[in-house]
Design a protein around this ligand. Structure first.
Ligand SMILES: *Cc1c(COP(=O)(O)O)cnc(C)c1O
Length: 392
């Protein structure tokens, strides 16, 4: 068994295990309730004094949400995890737990655009600054770390899909006493387990692969009991971005097929990416799996990558010609999706959210879904050829 198979087997086990359910139901119940009552004054008092742990109100503890959190913690190799109402709720609550006015957070370049906007708008308003560094340049990271309150990573990065040496970056941060956080939505714990590489906290947009069916917006953070405990007490109760029981139930369902879905996304995306790389109209393909070997710590690749057209290709004509690939943001579900960078850049140039996300205007992002590599390629190749013929 190689490493990748081992991770796959571990992940399958982690998502399969449930505590005993009522009626021996194979699907855990949705405890769809806001509150839980006490049978005696003594029990209520004991619970409020923290002598007994049991649910009282679902913004705090809910059994279905807790079941999702335990599964995710196990998948990530973490002691604990917390579910949130969106990926951004997980990201903002986590950052705000560990910073105060006057602090600086260090981030890798090419963050998820709304994380970047969080830094540039809300955090700035509260006196927290952000600086950006190329995560591939370890000397630059080492120079920028001293004095930072937090080091925020993504690998691969959004849109550009650069990969970083997570183990080395985490060790550098540890050396300087800086807390590390990474957005692991792209790889999922099936293909990358940052906690085992020394990262302190792992964030997810569970709206993507963890849910896997494009029917839930949710988020999560995993890490040590101590750090998760800080988030649970410092920000989660007051920002209130709690995961709902029904969404947790959808995520538990999604997790059951996560390992096989990831393998299918990987195979189809690699097949499409290789064929794109060989196409005359394509300048480059940004996909971490096209080199000779994967970076250390990444055991597989997912379905999201980008490519850059050669000059003169009519991108709107390409987009409109596609039938299976739908025009849409987000990713992680069954359906294949396409987003031209130019559209996102124009949105990003709005008044509050000016963002130079450093992406080529001829860049197009693809999410390769589960429809099958060959039919997807024929859709894509047809549209590329059409757009090349109608060159502007
Ligand atoms: C979608 C996404 C987020 C934000 O998650 P939401 O669930 O939409 O709030 C964060 N990081 C990455 C990489 C994402 O793709």
């Amino acid at each position: 068994m190689n490493d990748a198979d081992d991770v796959f087997a571990q992940a399958s086990l982690a998502v399969a295990h449930d505590e005993a359910n009522a009626f021996d139901a194979v699907v855990p119940p949705i405890v769809q309730t806001s509150l839980f009552t006490f049978s005696t004054y003594a029990e209520m008092e004991e619970t409020y004094r923290g002598l007994k742990v049991r649910p009282t109100y679902s913004r705090g503890l809910n059994p279905t949400v807790r079941m999702f959190e335990e599964k995710l913690a196990e998948l990530e190799g973490a002691e604990d995890a917390l579910g949130f109402g969106s990926g951004m709720a997980a990201i903002s609550s986590t950052i705000l737990t560990f910073v105060k006015p006057g602090d600086r957070i260090l981030c890798v370049k090419h963050l998820y655009p709304d994380t970047y906007r969080l830094n540039q708008t809300l955090l700035k308003r509260f006196g927290i600054s952000a600086t950006y560094v190329d995560g591939r340049d370890e000397d630059a990271v080492a120079k920028a770390l001293p004095g930072a309150a937090l080091f925020y990573m993504e690998s691969p990065t959004s849109w550009t899909f650069e990969t970083h040496d997570i183990r080395t970056l985490a060790a550098l941060a540890k050396h300087h006493g800086v807390l590390t956080v990474i957005d692991n939505s792209w790889a999922t714990p099936v293909f990358q387990r940052p906690i085992t590489m020394g990262v302190d906290l792992v964030l997810h947009s569970a709206s993507k692969y963890l849910g896997g069916h494009s029917d839930v917006v949710a988020g999560a953070v995993a890490g040590s009991k101590a750090l998760i405990g800080q988030i649970r007490s410092a920000t989660l109760p007051y920002l209130g971005g709690k995961l709902s029981p029904f969404d947790a139930w959808l995520l538990i369902r999604g997790l059951r097929t996560l390992p096989i879905r990831m393998k299918a996304h990987e195979a189809a995306a690699l097949s499409v990416a290789r064929r794109l790389a060989a196409h005359d109209a394509v300048e480059s393909v940004e996909h971490p799996g096209l080199g000779n070997q994967l970076p250390d710590g990444l055991t597989g690749t997912s379905g999201l990558f980008s490519f850059v057209f050669k000059p003169g290709i009519d991108i709107p004509a390409f987009a409109d010609k596609l039938r299976l690939f739908k025009l849409g943001v987000s990713w992680g579900g069954h359906e294949s999706l396409v987003v031209p960078a130019e559209v996102v850049r124009k949105q990003a140039a709005g008044p509050n959210s000016a963002i130079d996300f450093g992406v080529d205007p001829r860049c197009v992002r693809l999410h390769v879904g589960l429809e099958g590599a060959d039919v997807l390629w024929s859709d894509l190749a047809g549209a590329v050829d059409f757009a090349a013929r109608s060159q502007t």
